[in-house]
Write a protein that binds this ligand. Structure first.
Ligand code: SDX
Length: 397
């Protein structure tokens, strides 16, 4: 018995930690942040409100949300030396490489909030990380296209501010399309947290050694980068682009995914926990459909969406996928929305890392606030030699 839940002993032995932040039922396709269903948060909430909920455990009052918003906006700026640091990266560096490097270096600029045993400093670091990720992300993009960095405008909302830093140029006014702001805010909500996935477990293990929070989040970004994890949204679009370019029937790619020799995978399909439809994918598919419908039939992304729907339709009827409980996951449709907004492919996982920062930080704060928290130390099943004596070099074959 743990809180409201009972677990069978087998599951308890696999659990890496206890947490009250996010609940997933992989068989039923359930996802809740602090007990609130993701479907209701997607319909009624905002990313900033979800940040407050994940960090503090309750939905904020209007006053609390206003104060939280002020705390976040006051931290959106970066130390000016950071501009020079970011400009030193090769222009064609993958933005995720910049994110790993720059976030890891934040402790060199904000060392006044790195005492992990001080609750107030932990909270300041949490606010700094949530607030600065959009600025770092947008500046990594601007650096890659040789355009001047755009400073945050704290009169704007969180997501609108990010889109402005991404796409505004000094030579002309820029107002983000409200449809894009809402669609991106939804994507951020849906990616905000997801229990003990690879990157969150990385953050917890790194933070358990009492490493500073900026280093722990940088480790999480590195883990998320992999195509089996957060890099899948980029890989899905590359797969859909390939299908468009090759012009073969969609069935061909479903058949390739079943061919053991080929090792080809339908990116955006399958999940370690969900053996049912990922609830986030269901929401994102509707957001994608509604956004593209509003952009008109000649929108080039409509073809990608149609191919994705055809892939889903065929795969969900196929025994190979049904037997393995392979369903679309959160990454299957998200990339089409990001491309429709005008976000380049190499920024997709950056968007995921920006969204997931609040989840990583919430889990780190939960762990560090627990006085019984100790350094993580996973064990192994040793499969090597039992014992043997040293063989001098001159006698070896
Ligand atoms: C995320 O953990 C999280 O919560 C992550 C995440 C989050 O919010 O943090 O939800 C975000 O990372 C979503 C997952 C994004 N990744 C992808 O879409 C990449 C493609 N998917 C796969 O690589 C795979 O499905 C995983 C990695 C997601 C899950 O791998 P599992 O559960 O370990 O499954 P597996 O590799 O053991 O495969 C089981 C079987 C195998 O076939 P058999 O050996 O039994 O014959 O299913 C097959 C696999 O070959 N399979 C696939 C497949 N995924 C698994 N076959 C074709 N296409 C696929 N995508």
């Amino acid at each position: 018995e743990l809180g409201y839940f009972t677990y069978d002993p087998g599951f308890l032995s696999t659990a890496s930690c206890q947490s009250a932040i996010t609940y997933i039922d992989g068989n039923e396709g359930i996802l809740r942040y602090r007990g609130y269903p993701i479907e209701q948060l997607a319909e009624h909430s905002s990313y900033l409100e979800v940040c407050y909920l994940l960090l503090y455990g309750e939905l904020p009052s209007a006053t609390e949300l206003g104060e939280f918003g002020n705390h976040i906006t006051r931290h959106t700026m970066l130390h000016e030396a950071m501009r020079r640091f970011m400009s030193a990266f090769r222009h064609d560096a993958h933005p995720m490489a910049t994110m790993v490097g720059v976030v890891g270096a934040l402790s060199a600029f904000y060392s006044d909030s790195t005492d992990v045993h001080n609750a107030r400093q932990r909270e300041i670091s949490a606010h700094r990380l949530i607030a600065k990720m959009p600025t770092i992300a947008a500046w990594s993009y601007k650096h890659s296209i040789g355009e001047p960095f755009v400073y945050p405008d704290n009169k704007l909302g969180f997501t609108e501010n990010f889109l402005r830093m991404m796409f505004a140029v000094p030579t002309e006014p820029f107002v983000p399309d409200a449809r894009f702001v809402r669609a991106l805010d939804l994507i951020l909500i849906l990616h905000a947290d997801h229990e003990q996935n690879a990157s969150t477990s990385t953050v917890r293990l790194t933070g358990s050694s009492e490493a500073n929070p900026f280093a722990a989040i940088s480790a999480g970004i590195a883990s998320l980068w992999g195509p089996a994890h957060g890099g899948a949204n980029e890989a899905v679009i590359s797969m859909l682009d390939e299908i468009v370019a090759e012009g073969r029937p969609v069935q061909h790619y479903v058949d390739r995914a079943k061919d053991k020799e080929d090792r080809y995978r339908l990116m955006g399909f399958g999940h370690r926990v969900y053996k049912n439809y990922d609830p986030r994918a269901r929401i994102i598919r509707k957001v994608c459909h509604d956004l593209l419908s509003g952009l008109g039939e000649d929108n080039p992304n409509q073809e990608l969406f149609d191919i994705a729907m055809e892939l889903e339709r065929i795969a969900l009827q196929d025994d190979y996928f049904k037997e393995r409980n392979l369903y679309p996951n959160v990454d299957f449709y998200s990339g089409i929305i990001l491309r429709a907004i005008g976000i380049p492919l190499n920024m997709f996982t950056v968007i995921f890392s920006m969204a997931r920062t609040v989840g990583w930080v919430a889990h780190w704060m939960e762990m560090m606030a627990d006085p019984k928290s100790r350094i993580g130390r996973p064990r192994q099943l040793y499969t090597g030699y039992v014992a043997r004596d040293y063989v001098p070099l001159e006698t070896r074959a």
